[in-house]
Design a protein around this ligand. Structure first.
Ligand SMILES: [Zn+2]
Length: 184
């Protein structure tokens, strides 16, 4: 699958990390018609506040439904999401109400998923980004392979929201970012 733009770097990082931890089957699915809020003209919440640029309408309803389709096909028992506490504060589709309803809806749609006792688990849901970085450093996640930048490129720009959030999280955790070491 040929991907360009910002997604290319995220996919590269996902491939490298997947390989490092011995993922048996790593599927990448293209959903080209889903747009980020920054590409949708005049996108605002009902409250009138501006929607975060990285918001994608119905993102997790779509992504988890696809994951559930694979789970049904493969007979899996768990869907694992990496959402953290900061995500839950920003996006309704990473919160408790959303996931408990979604899990019920998925189970109601498939006897096979019910038989397998499918659950959606989110081990990082109560941790801030800084706590996630601290945990990652403790269990020796290869942080040099991770990607946070919202812009396309070979290296992080250190100016966008994604990079700013990464810097803040590493600083909060008191962990040196291997990607910034020697770069200031
Ligand atoms: Zn950046």
């Amino acid at each position: 699958m040929e991907i360009h733009g910002t997604a290319a770097a995220e996919l590269r990082a996902a491939r490298l990390l997947g390989r490092r931890v011995g993922v048996l089957e790593h599927r990448f699915v293209s959903i080209p018609d889903l747009k980020e809020a920054r590409d949708i003209e005049g996108s605002r919440w009902l409250s009138g506040e501006e929607v975060p640029a990285t918001y994608i309408p119905m993102k997790n309803a779509v992504f988890y439904s696809m994951a559930a389709a694979f789970a049904e096909e493969r007979g899996s028992h768990r869907l694992v999401g990496g959402h953290n506490l900061d995500d839950r504060r920003a996006f309704e589709d990473t919160g408790e109400a959303f996931f408990s309803s979604l899990e019920k809806a998925l189970l109601a749609s498939s006897p096979r998923l019910r038989m397998n006792g499918l659950k959606i688990v989110r081990p990082l849901r109560d941790k801030s980004k800084a706590e996630v970085v601290a945990l990652a450093a403790r269990i020796r996640v290869p942080l040099e392979l991770t990607w946070s930048c919202h812009r396309a490129g070979e290296a992080h720009c250190w100016r966008c929201d994604g990079c700013a959030s990464r810097v803040k999280a590493f600083e909060g955790a008191g962990v040196e970012d291997p990607l910034r070491a020697g770069n200031g």
